[in-house]
Design a protein around this ligand. Structure first.
Ligand code: PLP
Length: 391
């Protein structure tokens, strides 16, 4: 952050472990204001606390989510750990309510770390007929009086879109804090902070970085008290993102809008084709009228799109017939569509649901597909050809 020596239009990668401080007075000023998140060059101390390259990437995310602050971490899970742990206050923590159709890693974190190890009172709110009932949520909230509510904008793998705005309204009225994982929706479909969420989380590993080559997470918000707690937690637990990853994220996030729009378009076309294929028993895509969340998704996202994920299940008389069709499909598309257990990649990828979730979703023919931003013609031809092959 000293004199600019080269006319570069890129941000510098500051790999410093510790930053040079001009004298003792500057040093003590910097240490005193550590959790303020100030950007003055003299206030950088140590990269685990704060790093200028990371701060530059955070500024891009603040613009996207419309937040007063954003804090990058080394993974989506470390963002989740930070967002949750700062509300834990020893024995005085009230119950925490998690929507049950959230990312499996978050469920395991809540069960194994928060409940079993830290002894927190964890509850789960379960959907009925693949959608969440607002009236039921209201009654659960008034019975439990939870300290916090944790929800995802689009769930995985059934792609349920709850009435998140309605849920936030009810939860806020009863004094609960609300954390929303907005990874699947991205701020292009919806911005949870505008509806009153306290913290928005992203696995930046997915659409934010968008090329399957960075593991990162971020939490965003407007409340300065929450920010200070999160800065302190990130620093003491060592969750800070590296300057190199922040630099790459800063570059790759410039194209998110183009990428995500195309991913939504591709997903919607794939869902349409699959929904008319006789080899397919059922398609889950919030943009299809028959999806249980269609009305809520339309209310929340308007005409912006319905996300880049599609889940579908093969028809068949028996489990083994369905499995065979699934496997034949995976083989038939494998030149173009690979089996990679992530999402938001440049090319379309897929995942057999049974391999990940086991018996939670007992349909053995289910596949979760993450649409890429490749040429849709090529993608649709690949899928149509594969469907023909397995007839
Ligand atoms: N949130 C959601 C919705 C996810 O799908 C994932 C990972 O798949 C995570 C959080 C965790 O992110 P990461 O893998 O970057 O730790």
């Amino acid at each position: 952050m000293k004199r600019k020596e080269i006319n570069s239009s890129r941000i510098p990668v500051y790999r410093d472990t510790g930053f040079e401080l001009s004298d003792a007075e500057t040093a003590s000023g910097a240490f005193r204001q550590e959790t303020e998140n100030k950007r003055e060059p003299d206030l950088y101390i140590y990269s685990r606390y704060r790093n200028p390259t990371v701060v530059a990437a955070e500024a891009e995310i603040m613009k996207l989510e419309g937040s007063a602050w954003a804090l990058l971490t080394q993974s989506g899970m470390s963002a989740i750990d930070t967002a949750l742990s700062i509300f834990q206050r020893g024995g005085i923590t009230r119950p925490w309510l998690f929507f049950s159709e959230i990312y499996g890693g978050t469920i395991s974190f809540a069960e194994s770390i928060l409940k079993k190890r830290r002894g927190l009172d964890i509850h789960s709110f379960v959907p009925v007929n693949e959608s969440y009932d607002l009236a039921m949520f209201k009654s659960v909230i008034s019975t439990l009086n939870p300290e916090l509510v944790y929800i995802e904008t689009i769930s995985n793998p059934m792609l349920i879109v709850p009435d998140v705005a309605g849920i936030i309204k009810i939860a806020r009225k009863d004094g609960s804090k609300i954390i929303v994982d907005n990874t699947f929706a991205t701020p292009f479909l919806w911005k949870p902070l505008e509806s009153g969420a306290d913290i928005v989380i992203h696995s930046a590993t997915k659409y934010f970085s968008g090329h399957g080559n960075i593991t990162a997470g971020v939490l965003c918000g407007n409340d300065p008290g929450i920010m200070k707690d999160a800065i302190e937690y990130r620093k003491l637990v060592g969750h800070m993102l590296s300057a190199d990853d922040a630099y790459r994220l800063h570059s790759q996030i410039q194209t998110i809008e183009l990428r995500f729009r195309q991913q939504c378009r591709n997903a919607s076309q794939v869902a349409e084709i699959l929904s008319h294929a006789k080899q397919i028993r059922r398609v889950w895509y919030p943009g299809l009228k028959e999806h249980p969340s269609y009305a809520d998704a339309k209310k929340l996202f308007g005409v912006k799109g319905f996300g880049g994920m599609v889940t579908f299940d093969f028809a068949g008389k028996t489990g083994s017939e369905k499995r065979k069709r699934r496997d034949n499909f995976i083989k038939a598309v494998s030149d173009k569509i690979r089996l990679i257990p992530t999402l938001g990649d440049p090319r379309t990828i897929l995942l057999p649901v049974e391999a990940v979730w086991g018996l939670k979703y007992p349909e053995p023919g289910m596949i979760r597909l993450s649409a890429g931003f490749e040429d849709p013609e090529e993608l649709l031809v690949t899928i149509k050809k594969a469907l023909k092959k397995i007839t």
